[in-house]
Design a protein around this ligand. Structure first.
Ligand SMILES: [Zn+2]
Length: 310
């Protein structure tokens, strides 16, 4: 790999003959996973990264290790850690995303400057807004050349309103985007707690042997049951805290301050409790989530800005 593109903690992992995952440790805020799928007609990239440096490192590793020219790319959802590097893809790459994902990225203000809610404040580098040219609503199947890549939307909000997974049935690999986090606190404040809970069964239905989550290590074998059970227990805890808080007339931040997270208190990025509670309130009719307020409340709960390493 070109030293200029070296990013510590990032690794291109070969999952099968035709599928690679770009796993970036330690998976905290803005440090995502991505991937590449190689068919006979070309390569399909799954997600880019938050910064120009991280995206260049990913694309250089793919170029060095896979070689096949990039022909398509897919964004699993609109969040900047998965999309801000889009403009560094070759210009003739056909970029694909779910419709609600495209709508959000078109107006996302954070690409123009990140608010000081994280420490250090991320600097994206030389990237420009690139929204997918091809939109789908429910599903789209790509024939990459003797290899099918199935792009599927769950049909309801979950991590965001425009989530999509990439399923490669011949290889048994599923890229879930941020519908799953492995070893870090899940985040659902721009989607739905109820929908995220519902999506777990939908994800199970693919029968994948290897899953690339949006953040954290690749999931395979018996780990999948553990990861799904963790998510279910966590989402049910958020739902219960929100129901009780609403009943007692408390604000999400008050509920979070008093909450016992149990074993989830030791999870990375545990301040996501606060924005997740904002969403659980909204799921119960408390009005739309103000994204900046929800994140600012997380900083208050934590007592300092949130962590990132970008
Ligand atoms: Zn996300």
């Amino acid at each position: 790999m070109n030293a200029d593109h070296d990013v510590s903690g990032a690794e291109l992992v070969r999952l099968t003959d035709r599928v690679w995952a770009w796993i970036q440790a330690d998976g905290t805020w803005w440090v995502n996973n991505a991937g590449a799928v190689a068919g006979e007609r070309g390569l399909c990239i799954v997600d880019t990264c938050a910064t120009a440096t991280r995206t260049r490192a990913f694309l250089a590793a793919v170029g060095d290790n896979v070689g096949t020219p990039i022909r398509w790319a897919f964004n699993t959802h609109a969040h900047g850690d998965h999309t801000y590097g889009n403009s560094l893809l070759p210009a003739d790459t056909m970029l694909i995303g779910q419709r609600a994902m495209c709508d959000y990225l078109r107006t996302d203000p954070v690409i123009d400057g990140c608010p000081p809610l994280w420490e250090p404040v991320p600097n994206w580098g030389e990237v420009t807004r690139r929204v997918p040219e091809v939109e789908f609503t429910d599903d789209l199947t790509l024939d990459a050349g003797n290899l099918r890549v199935e792009l599927r939307h769950p049909g309801y909000p979950a991590h965001t309103t425009g989530d999509g997974v990439a399923w490669i049935p011949d290889e048994g690999v599923l890229f879930t985007g941020d519908l799953l986090f492995n070893g870090l606190t899940p985040l659902v404040f721009m989607g739905s707690v109820d929908g995220a809970l519902r999506s777990l069964e939908w994800l199970t239905g693919f029968g994948a042997t290897q899953i690339v989550p949006g953040h954290g290590p690749v999931i395979s074998g018996p780990d999948l049951d553990r990861v799904l059970a963790d998510h279910e227990e966590y989402y049910r805890l958020i739902q219960a805290l929100a129901a009780e808080g609403i009943q007692n007339g408390k604000e999400p931040l008050e509920v979070a301050v008093a909450a016992d997270l149990g074993r989830f208190s030791g999870w990375a990025d545990n301040e996501r409790l606060v924005p997740n509670l904002h969403r659980a309130y909204a799921d119960r009719g408390a009005g739309e989530v103000d994204v900046v307020t929800a994140l600012a409340d997380a900083v208050t709960w934590r007592g300092r800005p949130m962590r990132t390493v970008v």
